[in-house]
Design a protein around this ligand. Structure first.
Ligand SMILES: [Mg+2]
Length: 226
C-alpha cells in the first residue's frame, strides 16, 4: 500500500502499541525464541533444538490469547521465573529510531497519547522503568486489565467504554496486522502498521495498511499541523 502521512488535523487521539512499534521487537524475539528455550533446555536437561520444538508448540497453543502475553502463565507452564529472567536482560531493550522526537512533535500539537499494549502489567512496568519514554502518555493500558487481547473481538469497544475515544478521530499505530484488522472491524478510522518491528528481522508487507519504516515519515508539519 502506498505510504501517506497520517492526516494529523483529523486526529486528536494517538494510540501506540509498545513492542515492535515504540520498542524494538528484537528484545522480545530474543527473549522468547532464544533465552527461554535455552533456559528450558538447561532446567530439563534436553538439547536446545528439542527445547525449541517444545516451546514453539506451547506458544502455538495460546497464540492470539491473553495467556500468550502473560508472565504468570509462562512462569507456571514452564516452571521458569519469567520476571527475574526478563529483569536479567533489560539492557537489551531498545527504543525504535526517532520515537522520542515523534512523541514530542505530537505533544506540541496537543495530541492525546495512549499506550495500548498486550504486554503483561509487569512487563509494561519493566519497560517503562528501563526506557523512560512513557511520561508523556495520558494513560498506559495493558489489555490484561480488560481481560481481552487487542486482536480479540470486542476489545476496542470495551476500551472505548472504559477510556472514551472518538474512533473517527483516532489513529492506532501497531506492528500487529491481526490487531489492526480487529480495530478496523470495530471502526477505528486511521490504522498504520510498522514495516520492520524487529530491527534484525525481515520486514513485513501489507496491502491492507500503510506501514511506517521510520517515524520521520509521519512527522506532522509543526507550522500547519498537517
Ligand atoms: Mg506489538
Amino acid at each position: 500500500m502506498k505510504f501517506e502521512t497520517p492526516p494529523w488535523t483529523e486526529i486528536d487521539t494517538v494510540m501506540f502499541d509498545m513492542d515492535g512499534t515504540l520498542l524494538d521487537l528484537q528484545f522480545d524475539n530474543y527473549f522468547f525464541l532464544e533465552l527461554i528455550p535455552e533456559t528450558y533446555a538447561e532446567i530439563n536437561s534436553i538439547s536446545k533444538e528439542e527445547s525449541l520444538i517444545i516451546i514453539k508448540r506451547l506458544y502455538q497453543e495460546v497464540q492470539g490469547t491473553l495467556k500468550w502475553y502473560s508472565i504468570d502463565y509462562w512462569t507456571d507452564r514452564l516452571k521458569i521465573d519469567i520476571r527475574s529472567l526478563k529483569r536479567s536482560v533489560v539492557n537489551k531493550i531498545s527504543i525504535r529510531p526517532n520515537v522520542e522526537l515523534f512523541l514530542s512533535k505530537l505533544l506540541n500539537l496537543n495530541k492525546r497519547l495512549l499506550l495500548v499494549t498486550n504486554a503483561h502489567p509487569e512487563t509494561l512496568r519493566i519497560k517503562v522503568e528501563h526506557t523512560g519514554i512513557f511520561d508523556c502518555f495520558e494513560q498506559l493500558i495493558s489489555s490484561h486489565t480488560l481481560m481481552l487481547a487487542k486482536e480479540n473481538p470486542g476489545f476496542w469497544k470495551r476500551l472505548q467504554a472504559i477510556n472514551p475515544y472518538n474512533p473517527n478521530r483516532t489513529i492506532l499505530i501497531d506492528d500487529s496486522l491481526p490487531v489492526l484488522r480487529q480495530a478496523k472491524i470495530e471502526h477505528l478510522k486511521y490504522l498504520w502498521g510498522i514495516k520492520t518491528p524487529d530491527s534484525q528481522g525481515k520486514g513485513q508487507i501489507s496491502c491492507e495498511f500503510p506501514l511506517i519504516d521510520d517515524f520521520k515519515q509521519c512527522f506532522p508539519n509543526q507550522t500547519t499541523g498537517l
